[in-house]
Design a protein around this ligand. Sequence first.
Ligand code: ATP
Length: 371
Amino acid sequence: FAPWNDPDQKPLIQFRNVTKRFGDFTAIDKLTIDIYAKEFFALLGPSGCGKTTLMRMLAGFETPTEGDILLDGKNIVPVPPNKRPVNMMFQSYALFPHLTVAQNIAFGLERSNMPKDKVAARVDEMLKLVQLQKFGGRKPHQISGGQRQRVALARSLAKAPKLLLLDEPLGALDKKLRGETQFELMEIQEKTGTTFVIVTHDQEEAMTVASRIAVMDHGRMVQVDTPDRIYELPNSVYVADFIGDVNLIEGNAASHHKDGKVEIHWAEGAPPIVGTPMVPVANGTRCTFGIRPEKVHITKKLPEGKANIVRGKIVDIAYLGNISTYHVALPTGEIIKAQASNNRRIERRRFTWDDEVWLWWSETAGVVLTG
Ligand code: ATP
Protein backbone atom coordinates (compact mmCIF):
# COMPACT_ATOMS: atom_id res chain seq x y z
CA PHE A 1 0.00 0.00 0.00
CA ALA A 2 1.86 3.09 -1.24
CA PRO A 3 -0.62 5.92 -1.92
CA TRP A 4 2.22 8.44 -2.35
CA ASN A 5 3.23 6.54 -5.51
CA ASP A 6 -0.27 6.38 -6.94
CA PRO A 7 -1.16 9.37 -9.14
CA ASP A 8 -4.89 8.71 -8.65
CA GLN A 9 -4.71 9.02 -4.86
CA LYS A 10 -5.63 12.38 -3.40
CA PRO A 11 -3.72 13.56 -0.37
CA LEU A 12 -5.67 13.96 2.87
CA ILE A 13 -3.36 16.66 4.25
CA GLN A 14 -1.39 19.18 2.23
CA PHE A 15 1.08 21.63 3.71
CA ARG A 16 1.65 24.41 1.20
CA ASN A 17 4.73 26.52 1.96
CA VAL A 18 3.98 26.59 5.67
CA THR A 19 6.17 28.73 7.91
CA LYS A 20 5.73 29.16 11.65
CA ARG A 21 7.68 31.83 13.46
CA PHE A 22 7.75 32.57 17.17
CA GLY A 23 9.06 36.15 17.28
CA ASP A 24 12.12 36.07 15.04
CA PHE A 25 12.66 32.33 15.57
CA THR A 26 11.58 30.10 12.67
CA ALA A 27 10.21 26.81 14.02
CA ILE A 28 8.82 25.55 10.66
CA ASP A 29 10.46 26.74 7.47
CA LYS A 30 8.52 26.82 4.15
CA LEU A 31 7.25 23.29 4.52
CA THR A 32 5.45 21.59 1.64
CA ILE A 33 4.33 17.99 2.09
CA ASP A 34 1.40 15.70 1.27
CA ILE A 35 0.10 13.09 3.70
CA TYR A 36 -2.27 10.50 2.24
CA ALA A 37 -5.41 8.90 3.64
CA LYS A 38 -4.71 5.69 5.58
CA GLU A 39 -1.04 6.50 5.94
CA PHE A 40 0.88 5.91 9.16
CA PHE A 41 3.22 8.87 8.98
CA ALA A 42 6.06 9.40 11.48
CA LEU A 43 7.85 12.63 12.34
CA LEU A 44 11.39 12.05 13.53
CA GLY A 45 14.09 14.48 14.50
CA PRO A 46 16.08 15.88 17.41
CA SER A 47 14.51 17.92 20.17
CA GLY A 48 13.45 21.36 18.96
CA CYS A 49 13.29 20.50 15.23
CA GLY A 50 9.61 21.46 15.08
CA LYS A 51 7.70 18.16 15.34
CA THR A 52 5.28 19.32 18.05
CA THR A 53 4.73 22.67 16.33
CA LEU A 54 3.75 20.83 13.15
CA MET A 55 1.30 18.61 15.03
CA ARG A 56 -0.18 21.58 16.88
CA MET A 57 -0.81 23.34 13.56
CA LEU A 58 -2.64 20.24 12.30
CA ALA A 59 -4.74 20.13 15.46
CA GLY A 60 -5.44 23.85 15.23
CA PHE A 61 -3.66 24.92 18.44
CA GLU A 62 -1.18 26.99 16.42
CA THR A 63 -1.73 29.10 13.29
CA PRO A 64 0.90 29.18 10.53
CA THR A 65 2.63 32.53 10.09
CA GLU A 66 2.55 31.91 6.33
CA GLY A 67 1.16 29.25 4.03
CA ASP A 68 -1.90 26.99 3.97
CA ILE A 69 -2.80 23.62 5.40
CA LEU A 70 -5.44 21.78 3.37
CA LEU A 71 -7.54 18.84 4.52
CA ASP A 72 -9.42 17.07 1.71
CA GLY A 73 -8.53 20.06 -0.47
CA LYS A 74 -9.98 22.71 1.89
CA ASN A 75 -7.93 25.22 3.81
CA ILE A 76 -8.32 24.39 7.53
CA VAL A 77 -6.19 27.23 8.90
CA PRO A 78 -9.26 29.32 9.89
CA VAL A 79 -11.12 26.27 11.31
CA PRO A 80 -11.00 26.03 15.14
CA PRO A 81 -9.65 22.79 16.71
CA ASN A 82 -13.04 21.40 17.79
CA LYS A 83 -14.46 21.82 14.28
CA ARG A 84 -11.67 19.84 12.59
CA PRO A 85 -11.98 16.09 11.90
CA VAL A 86 -8.71 15.76 13.78
CA ASN A 87 -7.91 14.39 17.22
CA MET A 88 -4.73 14.37 19.26
CA MET A 89 -3.59 11.75 21.75
CA PHE A 90 -1.00 12.81 24.29
CA GLN A 91 1.63 10.77 26.10
CA SER A 92 -0.07 11.49 29.44
CA TYR A 93 -3.32 9.95 28.06
CA ALA A 94 -5.26 12.52 30.14
CA LEU A 95 -7.94 10.03 31.20
CA PHE A 96 -10.47 11.24 33.77
CA PRO A 97 -9.59 9.32 36.95
CA HIS A 98 -13.11 9.46 38.43
CA LEU A 99 -14.80 8.08 35.29
CA THR A 100 -14.87 4.43 34.24
CA VAL A 101 -13.14 3.21 31.10
CA ALA A 102 -16.50 3.22 29.25
CA GLN A 103 -17.38 6.71 30.52
CA ASN A 104 -13.99 7.99 29.44
CA ILE A 105 -14.59 6.68 25.92
CA ALA A 106 -18.17 8.04 25.91
CA PHE A 107 -17.16 11.52 27.10
CA GLY A 108 -16.55 13.21 23.76
CA LEU A 109 -19.50 11.47 22.10
CA GLU A 110 -21.94 12.69 24.77
CA ARG A 111 -20.66 16.22 24.43
CA SER A 112 -21.43 16.09 20.70
CA ASN A 113 -25.10 15.35 21.56
CA MET A 114 -25.10 11.84 20.15
CA PRO A 115 -28.21 9.88 21.29
CA LYS A 116 -27.56 7.64 24.33
CA ASP A 117 -28.11 4.30 22.58
CA LYS A 118 -25.74 5.30 19.78
CA VAL A 119 -23.11 6.32 22.35
CA ALA A 120 -23.41 2.96 24.09
CA ALA A 121 -23.07 1.10 20.79
CA ARG A 122 -20.04 3.12 19.77
CA VAL A 123 -18.38 2.62 23.17
CA ASP A 124 -18.87 -1.15 22.82
CA GLU A 125 -17.39 -1.04 19.34
CA MET A 126 -14.38 0.89 20.61
CA LEU A 127 -13.85 -1.42 23.59
CA LYS A 128 -13.86 -4.33 21.17
CA LEU A 129 -11.42 -2.58 18.85
CA VAL A 130 -8.85 -2.23 21.64
CA GLN A 131 -9.78 -5.60 23.20
CA LEU A 132 -10.98 -4.22 26.51
CA GLN A 133 -14.59 -5.49 26.43
CA LYS A 134 -14.31 -6.76 30.01
CA PHE A 135 -12.81 -3.58 31.40
CA GLY A 136 -15.51 -1.01 30.64
CA GLY A 137 -16.57 -0.75 34.29
CA ARG A 138 -13.09 -0.22 35.73
CA LYS A 139 -11.51 3.08 36.69
CA PRO A 140 -8.17 4.08 35.10
CA HIS A 141 -6.23 3.22 38.29
CA GLN A 142 -7.60 -0.34 38.17
CA ILE A 143 -5.99 -1.18 34.82
CA SER A 144 -2.38 -1.49 33.63
CA GLY A 145 -0.38 1.19 31.84
CA GLY A 146 -0.71 -0.62 28.53
CA GLN A 147 -4.47 -0.86 28.99
CA ARG A 148 -4.71 2.84 29.86
CA GLN A 149 -2.89 3.58 26.64
CA ARG A 150 -5.49 1.56 24.73
CA VAL A 151 -8.36 3.36 26.48
CA ALA A 152 -6.83 6.67 25.42
CA LEU A 153 -6.58 5.38 21.87
CA ALA A 154 -10.21 4.17 21.92
CA ARG A 155 -11.32 7.53 23.25
CA SER A 156 -9.47 9.46 20.58
CA LEU A 157 -10.90 7.26 17.81
CA ALA A 158 -14.48 7.23 19.14
CA LYS A 159 -15.61 10.19 17.03
CA ALA A 160 -14.02 8.63 13.94
CA PRO A 161 -11.60 11.45 13.14
CA LYS A 162 -10.01 11.48 9.69
CA LEU A 163 -6.66 12.22 11.25
CA LEU A 164 -5.26 11.10 14.58
CA LEU A 165 -2.17 12.82 15.94
CA LEU A 166 -0.11 10.78 18.38
CA ASP A 167 2.51 12.61 20.43
CA GLU A 168 4.91 10.05 21.92
CA PRO A 169 1.95 7.69 22.50
CA LEU A 170 4.04 4.87 23.95
CA GLY A 171 6.52 6.98 25.87
CA ALA A 172 5.26 5.86 29.28
CA LEU A 173 5.52 2.12 28.57
CA ASP A 174 8.52 -0.12 29.27
CA LYS A 175 10.49 -1.46 26.32
CA LYS A 176 8.85 -4.88 26.05
CA LEU A 177 5.29 -3.62 26.38
CA ARG A 178 6.16 -0.83 23.97
CA GLY A 179 7.16 -3.37 21.35
CA GLU A 180 3.92 -5.30 21.71
CA THR A 181 1.83 -2.13 21.72
CA GLN A 182 3.44 -0.96 18.48
CA PHE A 183 1.92 -3.92 16.69
CA GLU A 184 -1.48 -3.28 18.29
CA LEU A 185 -1.27 0.31 17.17
CA MET A 186 -0.55 -0.77 13.59
CA GLU A 187 -3.42 -3.23 13.67
CA ILE A 188 -5.88 -0.64 14.96
CA GLN A 189 -4.71 1.89 12.40
CA GLU A 190 -5.26 -0.63 9.63
CA LYS A 191 -8.67 -1.75 10.93
CA THR A 192 -10.04 1.76 11.25
CA GLY A 193 -8.34 3.15 8.14
CA THR A 194 -7.65 6.38 10.04
CA THR A 195 -4.62 8.42 9.01
CA PHE A 196 -2.11 8.44 11.86
CA VAL A 197 0.66 10.99 12.31
CA ILE A 198 3.01 10.02 15.11
CA VAL A 199 5.81 11.92 16.83
CA THR A 200 8.40 9.73 18.45
CA HIS A 201 11.95 10.01 19.72
CA ASP A 202 12.43 6.31 19.15
CA GLN A 203 13.79 5.60 15.65
CA GLU A 204 13.09 1.89 15.90
CA GLU A 205 9.50 2.67 16.79
CA ALA A 206 9.13 4.94 13.76
CA MET A 207 10.68 2.26 11.52
CA THR A 208 8.32 -0.39 12.92
CA VAL A 209 4.99 1.41 12.76
CA ALA A 210 5.28 3.96 9.98
CA SER A 211 4.60 3.57 6.27
CA ARG A 212 6.61 6.76 5.73
CA ILE A 213 9.02 8.70 7.90
CA ALA A 214 9.86 12.39 7.71
CA VAL A 215 13.29 13.19 9.17
CA MET A 216 13.26 16.81 10.33
CA ASP A 217 16.03 19.30 11.02
CA HIS A 218 15.53 22.93 12.06
CA GLY A 219 11.95 23.16 10.83
CA ARG A 220 12.56 21.46 7.50
CA MET A 221 11.99 17.93 6.25
CA VAL A 222 15.36 16.62 5.13
CA GLN A 223 14.05 13.31 3.79
CA VAL A 224 10.57 11.83 3.52
CA ASP A 225 10.51 8.19 2.53
CA THR A 226 9.69 4.62 3.50
CA PRO A 227 11.63 3.24 6.50
CA ASP A 228 13.79 0.92 4.38
CA ARG A 229 14.76 3.67 1.94
CA ILE A 230 15.51 6.12 4.76
CA TYR A 231 17.81 3.51 6.32
CA GLU A 232 19.46 2.14 3.20
CA LEU A 233 19.42 5.17 0.90
CA PRO A 234 19.83 8.20 3.18
CA ASN A 235 20.14 11.46 1.26
CA SER A 236 22.58 13.13 3.66
CA VAL A 237 25.08 12.52 6.43
CA TYR A 238 22.47 13.98 8.79
CA VAL A 239 19.87 11.32 7.96
CA ALA A 240 22.38 8.43 7.84
CA ASP A 241 23.70 9.41 11.24
CA PHE A 242 20.30 10.09 12.80
CA ILE A 243 18.72 6.75 11.85
CA GLY A 244 20.58 3.69 13.09
CA ASP A 245 24.30 3.15 13.40
CA VAL A 246 26.66 4.09 10.58
CA ASN A 247 30.40 4.25 9.89
CA LEU A 248 31.33 7.57 8.31
CA ILE A 249 34.67 8.07 6.56
CA GLU A 250 35.58 11.46 5.12
CA GLY A 251 37.56 11.72 1.93
CA ASN A 252 37.84 13.18 -1.56
CA ALA A 253 35.88 11.97 -4.57
CA ALA A 254 38.70 10.87 -6.88
CA SER A 255 36.92 9.42 -9.90
CA HIS A 256 33.63 8.02 -11.19
CA HIS A 257 33.29 4.45 -12.48
CA LYS A 258 31.28 3.76 -15.63
CA ASP A 259 28.36 2.49 -13.50
CA GLY A 260 28.23 5.77 -11.59
CA LYS A 261 30.00 4.57 -8.43
CA VAL A 262 32.48 6.94 -6.87
CA GLU A 263 36.03 6.11 -5.82
CA ILE A 264 37.11 7.91 -2.66
CA HIS A 265 40.63 8.65 -1.44
CA TRP A 266 40.49 8.91 2.30
CA ALA A 267 43.96 8.32 3.78
CA GLU A 268 47.60 8.49 2.68
CA GLY A 269 48.66 5.05 1.45
CA ALA A 270 45.26 3.44 2.08
CA PRO A 271 43.50 1.77 -0.85
CA PRO A 272 40.56 3.83 -2.20
CA ILE A 273 37.01 2.86 -1.24
CA VAL A 274 34.03 2.72 -3.56
CA GLY A 275 30.40 3.64 -2.89
CA THR A 276 27.13 4.61 -4.57
CA PRO A 277 26.51 8.37 -4.59
CA MET A 278 23.17 9.41 -3.05
CA VAL A 279 23.64 12.96 -4.35
CA PRO A 280 25.79 14.27 -7.24
CA VAL A 281 29.44 14.43 -6.17
CA ALA A 282 32.01 16.20 -8.37
CA ASN A 283 35.50 14.74 -8.70
CA GLY A 284 37.92 16.45 -6.35
CA THR A 285 35.30 17.52 -3.80
CA ARG A 286 34.98 16.53 -0.13
CA CYS A 287 32.47 13.81 0.58
CA THR A 288 31.62 11.23 3.20
CA PHE A 289 31.46 7.50 2.70
CA GLY A 290 28.80 5.81 4.84
CA ILE A 291 28.35 2.13 5.56
CA ARG A 292 26.15 0.32 8.08
CA PRO A 293 28.02 -1.98 10.52
CA GLU A 294 26.02 -5.04 9.40
CA LYS A 295 27.40 -4.60 5.88
CA VAL A 296 31.02 -4.71 7.02
CA HIS A 297 32.39 -8.27 6.99
CA ILE A 298 35.03 -9.24 9.50
CA THR A 299 37.51 -12.08 8.92
CA LYS A 300 40.85 -13.31 10.19
CA LYS A 301 42.06 -14.41 6.77
CA LEU A 302 42.87 -11.91 4.03
CA PRO A 303 39.71 -11.82 1.87
CA GLU A 304 40.68 -12.77 -1.68
CA GLY A 305 39.35 -10.85 -4.65
CA LYS A 306 37.38 -8.31 -2.60
CA ALA A 307 37.22 -4.60 -3.35
CA ASN A 308 37.10 -2.62 -0.15
CA ILE A 309 39.56 -4.14 2.30
CA VAL A 310 41.08 -2.62 5.43
CA ARG A 311 43.06 -4.13 8.28
CA GLY A 312 42.78 -3.28 11.97
CA LYS A 313 42.63 -4.43 15.55
CA ILE A 314 39.57 -5.15 17.68
CA VAL A 315 39.48 -2.59 20.49
CA ASP A 316 35.94 -3.05 21.77
CA ILE A 317 33.14 -5.57 21.55
CA ALA A 318 29.47 -4.91 22.24
CA TYR A 319 27.70 -8.22 22.82
CA LEU A 320 24.03 -7.82 21.91
CA GLY A 321 22.86 -11.44 22.14
CA ASN A 322 21.94 -12.24 18.57
CA ILE A 323 24.82 -10.20 17.18
CA SER A 324 28.03 -8.57 18.37
CA THR A 325 29.41 -5.24 17.23
CA TYR A 326 33.20 -5.15 16.91
CA HIS A 327 35.01 -1.83 17.06
CA VAL A 328 38.08 -2.13 14.86
CA ALA A 329 40.85 0.49 15.02
CA LEU A 330 42.60 1.11 11.70
CA PRO A 331 46.26 2.23 11.51
CA THR A 332 44.92 5.58 10.20
CA GLY A 333 43.11 6.17 13.49
CA GLU A 334 39.56 5.53 12.27
CA ILE A 335 37.34 3.14 14.19
CA ILE A 336 35.11 1.00 11.98
CA LYS A 337 32.20 -0.91 13.47
CA ALA A 338 31.47 -4.35 12.04
CA GLN A 339 28.67 -6.65 13.08
CA ALA A 340 28.67 -10.42 13.04
CA SER A 341 25.97 -12.89 13.96
CA ASN A 342 26.37 -14.95 17.14
CA ASN A 343 24.69 -17.98 15.62
CA ARG A 344 27.72 -20.15 16.46
CA ARG A 345 28.37 -21.69 19.86
CA ILE A 346 30.37 -19.50 22.26
CA GLU A 347 33.54 -21.62 22.04
CA ARG A 348 33.49 -21.43 18.24
CA ARG A 349 33.05 -17.71 17.99
CA ARG A 350 36.11 -16.34 16.34
CA PHE A 351 36.91 -12.84 17.52
CA THR A 352 38.15 -11.33 20.73
CA TRP A 353 39.88 -8.19 22.00
CA ASP A 354 43.19 -7.29 20.31
CA ASP A 355 42.61 -9.68 17.40
CA GLU A 356 44.12 -8.43 14.15
CA VAL A 357 41.32 -8.70 11.58
CA TRP A 358 40.44 -7.82 8.01
CA LEU A 359 37.33 -5.84 7.20
CA TRP A 360 35.76 -5.78 3.77
CA TRP A 361 32.50 -4.82 2.12
CA SER A 362 31.00 -5.11 -1.32
CA GLU A 363 31.06 -2.23 -3.79
CA THR A 364 27.28 -1.87 -3.52
CA ALA A 365 27.19 -1.81 0.29
CA GLY A 366 28.19 1.77 1.02
CA VAL A 367 26.85 5.18 0.06
CA VAL A 368 28.56 8.46 -0.78
CA LEU A 369 27.05 11.48 0.91
CA THR A 370 27.53 15.19 1.36
CA GLY A 371 26.26 17.66 3.93
P1 ATP B 1 10.77 17.95 21.30
O1 ATP B 1 11.18 16.70 20.63
O2 ATP B 1 11.73 18.41 22.35
O3 ATP B 1 9.35 17.97 21.76
P2 ATP B 1 10.03 19.37 18.91
O4 ATP B 1 10.73 18.88 17.69
O5 ATP B 1 8.65 18.89 19.13
O6 ATP B 1 10.92 19.10 20.17
P3 ATP B 1 8.89 22.00 18.98
O7 ATP B 1 8.22 21.84 20.31
O8 ATP B 1 8.04 21.97 17.78
O9 ATP B 1 10.07 20.96 18.82
O10 ATP B 1 9.68 23.37 19.01
C1 ATP B 1 10.43 23.83 17.90
C2 ATP B 1 11.13 25.10 18.29
O11 ATP B 1 10.18 26.16 18.44
C3 ATP B 1 11.88 25.01 19.62
O12 ATP B 1 13.10 25.68 19.48
C4 ATP B 1 10.97 25.71 20.59
O13 ATP B 1 11.72 26.33 21.61
C5 ATP B 1 10.27 26.75 19.72
N1 ATP B 1 8.92 27.02 20.23
C6 ATP B 1 7.89 26.15 20.28
N2 ATP B 1 6.79 26.75 20.77
C7 ATP B 1 7.13 28.03 21.04
C8 ATP B 1 6.42 29.18 21.56
N3 ATP B 1 5.13 29.11 21.88
N4 ATP B 1 7.11 30.33 21.69
C9 ATP B 1 8.40 30.41 21.34
N5 ATP B 1 9.12 29.39 20.82
C10 ATP B 1 8.50 28.21 20.69
